[in-house]
Write a protein that binds this ligand. Structure first.
Ligand SMILES: Cc1ncc(COP(=O)(O)O)c(C=O)c1O
Ligand SMILES: N[C@@H](CCCC[NH3+])C(=O)O
Length: 420
C-alpha cells in the first residue's frame, strides 16, 4: 500500500501534510504511516490464512517503539537479534511468547536475558551456541526451546551483502550437520529442540529461491523425523522484497502458494519474519535542500540528510525515490543532478545523475521506501544527531523519537582525570 500521495500539489502521509511535519519537527526526519504498517502486516496474515502461521515482524528493519507497538497491537510477534531489540519488543507490549531470538553471535548475556524473559524460541545457529545455551539454561534453571537455523545453500539472487543462505555464508548450521545438532541437543541438559529455521536473504524479487529453500527444509524435516526427532516448528525467515522504483514486486499470493505447496502439509506450526515488506514503503525520510551547486561536469543537490541518516545508497548502491514535497508545476522541465549529503565522504551520495524537477535551496524532498533499514542503521558520524522519527495516524502525528540536542550527544562522554 502507499500511504503517501499528493493532494492539491502537496505530499501527504495519510491525512497529514508532510510540510507541516517538517515545519514542526525540522529536517531530516523519518515519518511513518500507521495505516501502511497495519495494511502490510494484515496482507501477510490474509495471504497465509488457513495455515498454522504466525507473523513475527523483524525488528531489525525498524525497531522504533511506536512502530513495534502498532504491529504488536495487530497481533504480530517480533523477531529480535539482540537483547536491546528484545527489550524494545517487550516495552512495546509484545507478549514474551510471541518473541523469537535470531542471530549468529548471541552472548551468554543475550541467552540469559531471553531465557529469563521466557520468549517463544531461540533460533540457534551453531553447535557452539547450543553448548553455551545449555550451560546458561542450567545456570538460570530455565529450559530453552530451540529451533536450529540451517543454511539451505540456496542463492537468493539478491545483493551479495544481504544474501544469507549460501554455503560459505556465516549463518546457520549446514543441512548435513542438522541431525547431529538434534542428537547433541538431546544429550545436553536444559535445551529442547523443536524445529528448524532458514533465512536465505533480504529483498528477494524472484520467489524461486524460496521454493528451493522450503523444499530443502521439507526434505530435512522428513529426514529428521525419520531419524526419530520431533520437528514441530518451521521458521521460514524474512519476507518478500519490495518495489523501490515502482516496478513489479513479488506478490504475497504467489509467496503463500509456495509456502502451501512446499511446507503446508508437514503438520508443523509455521512462522515468517518479514521486516522490509512491512515497514519499507510505510516510511519516508524528509530532507531540505541546503544548496543547489552547479558544476562544470556535474550539478549537485546538497541536502541536509546524509549517509549517516540513510546508509542504504552508500552501502548497497540502493535506489530510493527522491520526490519534492510540493508537486512541480505542469510542464516543469527535469534536469539531472547528483543528490548528496553534507558528510565528508564521496560515498555520501544518494543518487547520481537523477532526473529531478526544478529545486531551490530551502525546498523539501522526501526519500521514499525509507521505512525499513533507515533509522535503525543511522549513526552519528560527523557528530550529526540521530534523525527524529514521527508516526502519522490519519490526520494527526506525534514525534516518537526526538532529535537529541548537541548537549545530549556529548553527555555520555567524560575526560579522564589527566585531561580534566
Ligand atoms: C533472521 C532474519 N529474519 C528476518 C529478516 C528480515 O528480512 P526482511 O526485512 O527481508 O523481511 C532478516 C534480515 O534479512 C533476518 O536476518
Ligand atoms: N540492511 C539491509 C537488509 C539486511 C537484512 C538483515 N539480514 C538493507 O537495507 O537492505
Amino acid at each position: 500500500m502507499t500511504a503517501f500521495s499528493y493532494r492539491n500539489g502537496a505530499l501527504f502521509a495519510e491525512d497529514v501534510d508532510l510540510a507541516a511535519v517538517a515545519a514542526q519537527v525540522g529536517t531530516p526526519a523519518y515519518v511513518y504511516s500507521s495505516a501502511a504498517l497495519v495494511a502490510n502486516y494484515r496482507a501477510y496474515v490474509d495471504a497465509l490464512a488457513g495455515l498454522p502461521m504466525s507473523v513475527c515482524f523483524a525488528a531489525k528493519a525498524n525497531s522504533n517503539l511506536a512502530v513495534l507497538r502498532t504491529l504488536v497491537r495487530q497481533g504480530a510477534g517480533v523477531d529480535v537479534v539482540s537483547t536491546g531489540e528484545m527489550q524494545r519488543a517487550l516495552a512495546a507490549g509484545c507478549p514474551a511468547d510471541r518473541i523469537v531470538f535470531s542471530g549468529v553471535g548471541k552472548t551468554a548475556e543475550d541467552l540469559e536475558a531471553a531465557l529469563l524473559a521466557g520468549i517463544h524460541q531461540i533460533n540457534v545457529e551453531s553447535l557452539q551456541e547450543l553448548e553455551l545455551l545449555s550451560q546458561v539454561a542450567v545456570r538460570v534453571r530455565r529450559d530453552a526451546v530451540v529451533v536450529f537455523r540451517v543454511n539451505p545453500d540456496v542463492d537468493a539472487k539478491t545483493h551479495a551483502k544481504i544474501s544469507t543462505g549460501r554455503k560459505g555464508d556465516k549463518f546457520g548450521i549446514e543441512l548435513e550437520d542438522t541431525a547431529a545438532a538434534f542428537e547433541r541437543a538431546h544429550i545436553l541438559p536444559g535445551v529442547r529442540p523443536v524445529g528448524i529455521a532458514a533465512h536465505i536473504g533480504s529483498q528477494l524479487l524472484d520467489l524461486s529461491p524460496y521454493r528451493d529453500a522450503y523444499r530443502r527444509l521439507a526434505e530435512l524435516v522428513r529426514e529428521l523425523r525419520g531419524a526419530g526427532h520431533v520437528v514441530e516448528r518451521l521458521d521460514l525467515g524474512g519476507g518478500i522484497g519490495i518495489s523501490y522504483k515502482g516496478d513489479a514486486a513479488p506478490s504475497l499470493a504467489d509467496y503463500a502458494r509456495i509456502v502451501r505447496e512446499t511446507v503446508g502439509d508437514l503438520g508443523c506450526s509455521l512462522m515468517v519474519e518479514p521486516g522490509r515488506s512491512i515497514c519499507g514503503d510505510a516510511g519516508v525520510l524528509l530532507s531540505r535542500v541546503i544548496f543547489i551547486k552547479p558544476g562544470r561536469t556535474r550539478n549537485f543537490v546538497i541536502l541536509d540528510a546524509a549517509m549517516n541518516d540513510l546508509i542504504r545508497p552508500a552501502m548497497y548502491d540502493a535506489w530510493h525515490g527522491i520526490v519534492p514535497l510540493r508537486q512541480p508545476a505542469e510542464g516543469a522541465v527535469e534536469a539531472e543532478f547528483d543528490v548528496v549529503g553534507p558528510v565528508c565522504e564521496s560515498s555520501d551520495t544518494f543518487a547520481k545523475g537523477r532526473a529531478l524537477p526544478p529545486l531551490a535551496a530551502g525546498d523539501l524532498v522526501a526519500f521514499t521506501g525509507a521505512g525499513a533499514y533507515g533509522a535503525v542503521m543511522a549513526s552519528t558520524y560527523n557528530t550529526r544527531p540521530l534523525v527524529p522519527e514521527v508516526l502519522v495516524d490519519k490526520d494527526h502525528f506525534a514525534i516518537v523519537r526526538k532529535r537529541p540536542t548537541f548537549e545530549e550527544m556529548v553527555a555520555g562522554e567524560s575526560l579522564p582525570p589527566w585531561l580534566a
